[in-house]
Unconditional design. Structure first.
Length: 215
């Protein structure tokens, strides 16, 4: 009888301990979530090459984490070239400049340099933010300038003159990527040479058109 009583008490004690261990406890909520969320709001691009003024001089100073997307047009017939500068901060556009640059070979004073700042309207801001967040823009950054040209066994015979050349430059935290191509639509549609990376060239044209550049 005494052994039976002892065994019963042992079972009851074990069951109580098991219930205690099965109690669901609320996890400790870390206060670092808001900090991580704040950090995620910083829009960082996968840029590697070091930026310097020898590429071309910016008419403004970029702050930490600010992004500059620069769309350049080298006009074949015009006496000047253009650069459109769009500056973003934390996934929001804050500035839009247009730079007018006289051709270097022209006589000094023939064409004047100018820098104009434009109002960033609500509609334009919405469109530009959509552009920089688009998969077209982000996926294009995986390319390098050298990727425009594929390995080929023959020399590229395609020739065109007095056409426009286009550049896309992206800068952040003194790092950048720069892409340039002369007469991109003509080369895409008229030239059949094997050295041309048609996929990248088409992506380049689509990206320019996305930023309202007529090719």
């Amino acid at each position: 009888m005494r052994y039976f009583l002892f065994f019963t008490l042992f079972i009851l004690f074990s069951c109580n301990e098991k219930k205690k261990n099965n109690i669901i406890r609320k996890p400790n909520i870390s206060t670092t979530f808001s900090i991580q969320k704040s950090q995620e709001n910083v829009f960082l691009l996968p840029l590697i090459e070091k930026w310097n003024d020898s590429i071309f001089k910016l008419p403004y100073k970029l702050k930490n984490n600010e992004i500059s997307v620069i769309i350049g047009i080298g006009y074949g017939w015009y006496a000047y070239d253009e650069r459109n500068h769009y500056i973003f901060q934390n996934d929001s556009v804050i500035k839009h400049f247009k730079e007018k640059i006289p051709k270097a070979y022209l006589k000094k004073g023939y064409e004047k340099y100018s820098l104009e700042e434009f109002e960033v309207t609500t509609d334009l801001k919405r469109k530009l933010i959509k552009n920089i967040n688009s998969s077209n823009f982000l996926s294009f950054l995986k390319y390098n300038q050298e990727d425009f040209k594929l390995k080929a066994t023959t020399i590229n015979p395609c020739m065109v003159s007095d056409a426009n050349g286009y550049t896309i430059t992206v800068i952040q935290n003194d790092k950048f990527k720069n892409y340039r191509y002369y007469a991109p639509r003509h080369i895409l549609e008229k030239c059949k040479h094997e050295s041309i990376n048609k996929k990248m060239l088409k992506d380049f044209i689509n990206l320019l058109e996305q930023w309202n550049i007529e090719i």
